[in-house]
Write a protein that binds this ligand. Structure first.
Ligand SMILES: Nc1ncnc2c1ncn2[C@@H]1O[C@H](COP(=O)(O)OP(=O)(O)OP(=O)(O)O)[C@@H](O)[C@H]1O
Length: 345
């Protein structure tokens, strides 16, 4: 099998014209994926990004052969996704944000259970389970029931389970959702290690831009069921002609309406809790800032203003702060979060 796959394809995924819709109870169909075409190289860590409802999980479910597309052709590691589904499932695996394992089984029992499903038995099974317990630092929780594990440990167990069959291609659906920063950083290290040391291709969805920037070689940005952009994180930033991000700390009243109306302003972000601003990215792909309270009062407040590359006139921005006392100005390079806001709007 190994040889066959190596010879057949240098791609982990070749998808052409993938379409998927869901039927409601009343019979009407909702199109979720509209002709997705993607070529993903073996060895890549590939990110799927996009607003809520843009189709990331549906696409991962299709790539991992859990559901069928209605249209399009799909090959996974050189194998036909429909015809060779059984073979594909032996060499891929998936870990999701909300793993649902048998609740009353312990960490070890769960790993044994899944190993048996993968056809392992005897000494080989024991060795594999112990290896994963070690690799994912689950030793001290081996006898803890799934229902008593923290969210982070459930995610870690899910990753350990996903490695039991030594997959060539690993799907991760929002691998750090709900984790604290420390556990997220540990998960990032694990993903990196799985990729670097075991040579596993990874396709992951995420809502966290720093995570995508840190881990992913390339990113496909989905919007309304289509690929709106596909490139390396760096190229995405370069090609979108994003300008500088101006961060202003001030006290008093800023004219937010005037600021947002300025030509060349892509986004105005308030630091939540400071100006009571909130980034609201909706299923329809619109991204906007909703400022729920005027920015006034004695507290220090902060706004981030993202300009496009042709418009970085600080003068015009500062006019909106005539009634405020500016405490600090920082001009920074845009990050992937800025790319997200630009693509989603
Ligand atoms: N089984 C289903 N039946 C009906 N509609 C579904 C089903 N699964 C997903 N959908 C709908 O398909 C659309 C895409 O959902 P999907 O979960 O793929 O998006 P997503 O990009 O992963 O979203 P999120 O970022 O919120 O996880 C959504 O509008 C969702 O409501």
């Amino acid at each position: 099998m190994q040889k066959k796959i190596g010879k057949m394809s240098e791609k982990s995924v070749q998808a052409k014209g993938i379409c998927k819709s869901y039927k409601s109870l009343f019979g009407s169909a909702k199109t979720v994926l509209e002709g997705i075409s993607l070529d993903i190289d073996r060895g890549e860590i590939f990110g799927l990004l996009g607003p809520n409802g843009s189709g990331k999980t549906t696409l991962i479910s299709i790539f991992s052969t859990l559901i069928y597309p209605e249209e399009g052709s799909l090959s996974i590691l050189g194998l036909n996704a429909r015809r060779d589904r059984g073979e594909i499932r032996k060499i891929i695996n998936i870990s999701t944000a909300k793993p649902n394992f048998p609740w009353s089984l312990t960490v070890r029992e769960n790993l044994v259970h899944y190993s048996m499903l993968y056809g392992l038995y005897g000494l080989g099974l024991n060795r594999t389970v112990e290896d994963q317990i070690d690799a994912f630092e689950l030793g001290e929780y081996r006898d803890v029931k799934f229902e008593n594990l923290s969210t982070g440990l459930k995610q870690r167990l899910s990753l350990a389970k996903a490695m039991l069959n030594h997959p060539r291609l690993l799907f991760l659906d929002e691998p750090t959702t709900g984790l604290d920063p420390d556990m997220s950083a540990k998960t990032h290290d694990l993903i990196r290690r799985i990729h670097d040391e075991e040579g596993i291709s990874v396709i992951m969805s995420t809502h966290y831009m720093p995570e995508a920037e840190l881990l992913c070689d390339r990113i496909a940005f989905l919007r309304k069921g289509r690929v709106a952009a596909l490139d390396t994180p760096q190229n995405l930033k370069n090609h979108l002609e994003l300008g500088k991000r101006v961060k202003i700390t001030y006290r008093g009243l800023a004219n937010l309406d005037a600021l947002r109306a300025l030509e060349g302003v892509i986004a105005v972000r308030g630091k939540p809790g400071i100006v009571d601003g909130r980034v609201d990215i909706q299923a329809n792909g619109q991204a906007d800032i909703e400022v729920t309270k005027p920015a006034e009062g004695p507290v220090d407040r902060q706004l981030e203003i993202l300009m496009d590359s042709n418009e970085d006139s600080l003068d015009r921005i500062l006019k909106s702060f005539q009634d405020a006392k500016i405490l600090d100005i920082n001009i920074e390079e845009p990050d992937l979060e800025d790319v997200f806001l630009e693509l989603a709007r």
